[in-house]
Design a protein around this ligand. Structure first.
Ligand SMILES: *[C@@H]1O[C@H](CO)[C@@H](O)[C@H](O)[C@H]1NC(C)=O
Ligand SMILES: *[C@@H]1O[C@H](CO)[C@@H](O)[C@H](O)[C@H]1NC(C)=O
Ligand SMILES: *[C@@H]1O[C@H](CO)[C@@H](O)[C@H](O)[C@H]1NC(C)=O
Ligand SMILES: [Cu+2]
Length: 231
């Protein structure tokens, strides 16, 4: 596993050169991106500043979250907070989602608790990647209703698949700076804010597990790294 990870890193470092990135937040616009500090919680090394950031209306009844992953396989956590400093009080919007396949991944109908409507807040995207836990944030204005404008940036790379998974690294992320969440009582318990999800049961139907897709990717990675890392 470690070897595979190292080989995959070798492949992608060589494919994309020095400008290697972990993942990009395509929509809504983020508060800042710097590849080298993307691993800095909670916003990839940037602070949220509503007076300067590109603040996007985000519909609580469902709106677009578009991402580009530069890891062949990684697991996403989507969360939101009304804490405008993004320092805590996170609510997980969906269970952890494992993406298999590179590049674009878009959730066209990401829902936020209805009670958030009318408040400013932060959308947090966390990626559990082979090279660490990575972060991006978007400053948003939560509004009622569902998005009606289609974002052309919202697409899935052909062949990309996604499924809900258990991810201890993500489920144990601290959700609140000021709450009792840090008192560790086991891996499965987190604070009530972090473990609450917007709509887990109906969302489950959307994602299917495709074992063959994963197998195919490992085959592709295996062959390509063989070439990339031997040269
Ligand atoms: C804000 O984000 C939108 C959507 O990505 C973009 O079109 C616009 O140029 C951005 N504005 C600024 C000031 O960055
Ligand atoms: C924390 O989030 C809840 C909603 O999930 C909100 O009602 C509360 O005001 C928030 N607290 C802070 C300090 O932002
Ligand atoms: C991308 O794939 C996910 C998981 O299968 C799916 O929920 C989502 O609707 C897809 N996005 C688009 C734009 O089709
Ligand atoms: Cu990376």
């Amino acid at each position: 596993m470690v070897k595979l990870t190292a080989l995959a890193g070798c492949l992608f470092a060589s494919l994309i050169g020095q400008s290697a990135s972990h993942f990009l937040l395509l929509y809504p616009p983020g508060v800042g991106f710097d590849d080298s500090i993307e691993g800095t919680a909670p916003c990839g090394g940037f602070t949220v500043d509503f007076s300067k950031d590109n603040v996007t209306d985000f519909h609580v009844g469902g709106d677009v979250l578009a991402l580009k992953s530069i890891h062949p396989q990684a697991t996403w956590l989507f969360r939101a907070t009304l804490d405008q400093t993004a320092s805590g009080n996170w609510t997980n919007l969906l269970p952890a989602i494992q993406q298999t396949g590179l590049n674009n991944f878009c959730e066209p109908n990401l829902q936020v608790p209805v009670s958030f409507a009318g408040s400013k807040g932060v959308l947090g995207i966390v990626q559990d990647a082979p090279d660490g836990i990575l972060y991006q944030c978007a400053a948003v204005n939560f509004v009622a209703g569902a998005a009606t404008v289609t974002q052309s940036v919202c697409s899935n790379e052909t062949g990309t698949t996604a499924s809900f998974v258990a991810d201890p690294s993500l489920s144990n992320l601290p959700s609140a700076a000021s709450s009792t969440a840090s008192s560790t009582s086991g891996t499965s318990t987190s604070s009530s804010t972090s473990s609450s999800t917007a709509k887990p049961s109906s969302a489950n139907a959307v994602y299917g597990y495709t074992g063959l897709g994963m197998l195919a990717w490992f085959t592709v990675i295996g062959s390509a790294t063989f070439l990339a890392c031997l040269l």
